[in-house]
Design a binder for this molecule. Structure first.
Ligand code: HEM
Length: 496
């Protein structure tokens, strides 16, 4: 690792060592000091909250690129110093794997013990330069390609047949339906059916969503804001943010999850052996992909999608209902959603992208500088030294007014419609890369990128095929949005 902070010289690094970017501004030192990581942690989690923590530093330094500590800090991370990149011009450097190394940085300055993952460093923690990364990611591509025809039917049987029916019955019996709780359960079954044709609840493996939740929470609690609404900060902070949480607590849950993936994913494990991966390595990776990447991601993303639909009200619901039903009657299959019908739903597509832009489910991206290079914000160019950690808080970058205009922090359902909308798509980065590009074995873009966009469109279209409109009570949870549906009007033809 290079020394930190870097030498005070503001001259360019040696030719050949520095990534030369086209620029006109002189190269500056990065503003900001990494003071006490304890104080930064308290400010971030309790006294300011994440958004004002970053905004106050932008205001203080007059720059969207600055030095700071990122929680959790002591005693979890040996070094919590980072260079924050918080605008749409500097942020994308994090996708450039020729200058950024992505080894062990999924969770930032702290990495949960590999005891959570069977002693393995799974795909999400591997840099593309590590040979196992390509083998595992390719395995996931093969799996997704082989199951492409199963996705829509699996989604329909989990969501239209189960989740919406459960919403109806909860509304009838209790006048409210907790979307998050239903989504956590149903999503797990959906993923099992979509990936392996084996929904866990019908596979003698009930209770797995809760077990996945325990396993995931123990890894992520050190990074989470708003974990406890009831404990005072001076109790919660030492409990959750100071020492790693014990992995043995998750052991029984992990064992049950492993056993499900081992039997449901038997065909994938066989495929893995053909490309030189051991069954164990592949199974730990399959489990992580299913429970952390996929289930963890959808537990955040689907409630966020429902939140924006709920707060937009009738006007948007009427337009979505009309679009979905027109497309399904023209290109559906006996009244059912098809890929061809989804392609016609411009407003549905735009709504999905807009939620992913405003509230990217994974808000933090990290990486180490492989070499000295210069990073540019809209206003200045800065010297980065080899070994320094770069950190991006994505919602600030994807709400950048210089790209998305004065209404950048508003939910505009039509934002991505038409020619102008299509041009903006390259600035949607939820998948750890531009929406106009695709994951490969050589990059760190989400392997499930196209799958996620497809099922999000399915959620919106299936919902407005089934319902005309709905209302919900929306609040904040540790994972993002909490959505309690308080009323839902079924589509006329469903009333019979
Ligand atoms: C990586 C987001 C669902 C598989 C990532 C990354 C993000 C992300 C941001 C990059 C993390 C980083 O390196 O900084 C999401 C979200 C999801 C989701 C928000 C759901 C809403 C899925 C699904 C799969 C998947 C369904 C299933 C195949 C992966 C894998 C990686 C990854 C394997 C590691 C890629 C690599 O190492 O090159 N995801 N993801 N994700 N995601 Fe997803």
């Amino acid at each position: 690792m290079a020394s930190y902070p870097p030498p005070s010289s503001t001259t360019h690094a040696d030719a050949g060592e520095t990534e030369t970017l086209r620029r006109t501004e002189p190269v500056k030192e990065i503003p900001g000091i990494c003071g006490s990581p304890f104080i930064d942690r308290l400010q971030y989690f309790y006294f300011k909250g994440e958004e004002s923590f970053f905004q106050s530093k932008i205001d203080l330094y007059g720059s969207t690129v600055f030095r700071t500590n990122m929680p959790p800090g002591p005693f979890m991370a040996s070094d919590s110093r980072v260079i924050a990149v918080l605008d749409a011009k500097s942020f994308p450097v994090l996708f450039n794997t020729s200058v950024i190394e992505k080894k062990d940085v999924l969770t930032g300055t702290y990495m949960p013990t590999t005891k959570f993952t069977g002693g393995r460093r799974v795909c999400s923690y591997l840099d593309p330069s590590e040979p196992t990364h390509a083998k595992i990611k390719e395995l996931f591509f093969t799996l997704l390609a082989s199951r492409k025809d199963a996705i829509i039917p699996s989604f329909r049987s989990a969501f239209a047949a189960r989740l919406f029916a459960a919403v109806d019955s909860k509304l009838a019996s209790a006048g409210r339906a907790d979307f998050n709780a239903l989504n956590d359960e149903v999503c797990f079954d959906f993923l099992g059916e979509a990936f392996f044709g084996a929904p866990p609840s019908k596979f003698g493996a009930a209770g797995l969503p809760a077990k996945a939740g325990i396993w995931l929470s123990l890894q992520l609690a050190p990074l989470a804001c708003n974990v406890s609404k009831y404990l005072p900060w001076f109790v919660e902070d030492p409990l959750l943010h100071t020492f790693p949480l014990p992995s043995f607590v998750a052991k029984p849950a992990y064992k049950a999850l492993y056993s499900y993936f081992e039997s449901a994913g038997a065909a994938v494990l066989k495929e893995a052996e053909k490309v030189g991966l051991s069954r164990e390595e592949a199974c730990h990776n399959l489990l992580f992909m299913g429970c952390f990447n996929a289930h963890g991601g959808l537990r955040i993303f689907f409630p966020a999608l429902m939140k924006y639909l709920a707060v937009s009200g009738n006007g948007l619901h009427d337009r979505l209902t009309a679009e979905v039903r027109t497309a399904v009657s023209a290109d559906g299959d006996n009244g059912l959603v098809t890929v061809a019908a989804l392609e016609k739903m411009e407003l549905v597509k735009s709504v999905v992208y807009e939620v992913l832009r405003l509230d990217p489910p994974v808000k933090y991206q990290y990486g180490h500088a492989r070499k000295d290079f210069v990073i540019e914000s809209h206003d200045a160019a800065f010297q980065v030294r080899k070994g320094e950690m770069i950190f991006g808080y994505q919602p600030f970058a994807t709400r950048d007014k210089r790209v998305f205009g004065a209404n950048a922090d508003k939910f505009i359902p039509d934002r991505f419609i038409g020619e102008h909308g299509a041009k903006l798509l390259s600035n949607v980065w939820w998948s750890n890369g531009p929406e106009t590009e695709n994951p490969t074995v050589g990059n760190k873009q989400c392997a499930g990128k196209n799958f996620v966009v497809l099922i999000a469109r399915l959620l919106v279209s299936e919902f407005f095929l089934y319902y005309d409109t709905f209302t919900a009570y929306v609040s904040k949870s540790a994972l993002g949005a909490q959505v309690i549906i308080t009323s839902a009007t079924k589509a006329k033809n469903k009333l019979a």
